[in-house]
Design a binder for this molecule. Structure first.
Ligand code: 13P
Length: 260
């Protein structure tokens, strides 16, 4: 795959929002707004909470809606005594395509570490799904000029030991923590330079083929107003959207706003 064939991926991370009933209504309304051409131009994934995955899957299947199903987290073991956890095999059985791994909210509030992220990445790939590996710096690290070394370190740890063919399929989400839910997105220049550094590190560690193929999303206060510019950047191939993915019309507006 070359730069030319990296199809943009716009993902809606609902976080802890929407019951399964809300989710069904969302998908029906959302799908109605998108055309075949929108789907051809942009790949879309929806990441509802675990409790809504089956409902969303059923609507997508029944209405043959070409939107990918995604999860927000996963456990790295296939099964076992891990109360409250969900395995990659369980997600794969629901036709989940993408699994968010290492979101900063999980790193901050739930003890996610580079080590657990790495185990989850392997489990997701082994189950035939694609991880969306989240990396991002906090405000203090940014002010200290440590952004690139920090995010490259997070990505290196997440992909260590993964075969190049598998790395090529991975999606990386660069989400500066200070930009999440604040209305203050990174500038396109900053997003591009961090994305370029991430791609370069993948090329160095896993080969230029993987570096060229890997898709890099930007996340953090993405709206219809800044999405087009972000996707126009040479190394940004999509977006991971939180707040602006919660309303069907608003999220559909992000995708239809990319029409030529
Ligand atoms: P917002 O789009 O609400 O800033 O959230 C970004 C995010 O964390 C997506 O994973």
């Amino acid at each position: 795959m070359s730069t030319l064939t990296r199809k943009p991926l716009v993902s809606g991370n609902w976080k802890m929002h929407h019951t399964h009933l809300d989710a069904i209504a969302f998908v029906q309304k959302f799908a109605f707004s998108l055309t075949v051409e929108d789907h051809r131009r942009t790949e879309v994934s929806l990441h509802p909470p675990f409790t809504a995955l089956r409902s969303v899957q059923t609507v997508l299947d029944a209405d043959r809606i070409p939107v990918a199903l995604g999860a927000q987290d996963v456990h790295w073991e296939d099964k076992g005594a891990y109360t409250g956890e969900i395995s990659a095999l369980m997600l794969a059985k629901l036709n989940v395509t993408y699994v968010i791994v290492g979101h900063s909210e999980r790193r901050q509030h739930f003890g996610e570490t580079d080590e657990t992220v790495s185990k989850k990445v392997r489990a997701v790939l082994a189950a035939g799904m694609i991880p969306i590996v989240c990396v991002g710096e906090g405000e203090a690290e940014r002010d200290a000029g440590a952004t690139e070394s920090l995010v490259v370190g997070q990505l290196r740890a997440a992909l260590a030991g993964v075969a190049p063919e598998a790395v090529a399929k991975v999606v990386v989400a660069y989400e500066p923590i200070w930009a999440i839910g604040t209305g203050k997105a990174a500038t396109p220049d900053d997003a591009q330079s961090v994305a370029a550094a991430l791609r370069e590190s993948v090329a160095v560690d896993h080969g230029t083929g993987s570096g060229n193929s890997i898709r890099i999303q930007y996340g953090g206060s993405v709206t219809a107003d800044n999405l087009g510019e972000m996707l126009g950047l040479p190394d940004v191939d999509g977006a991971l959207v939180g707040g602006a993915s919660l309303d069907a019309e608003v999220f559909a507006g992000l995708v239809t706003g990319l029409r030529g």
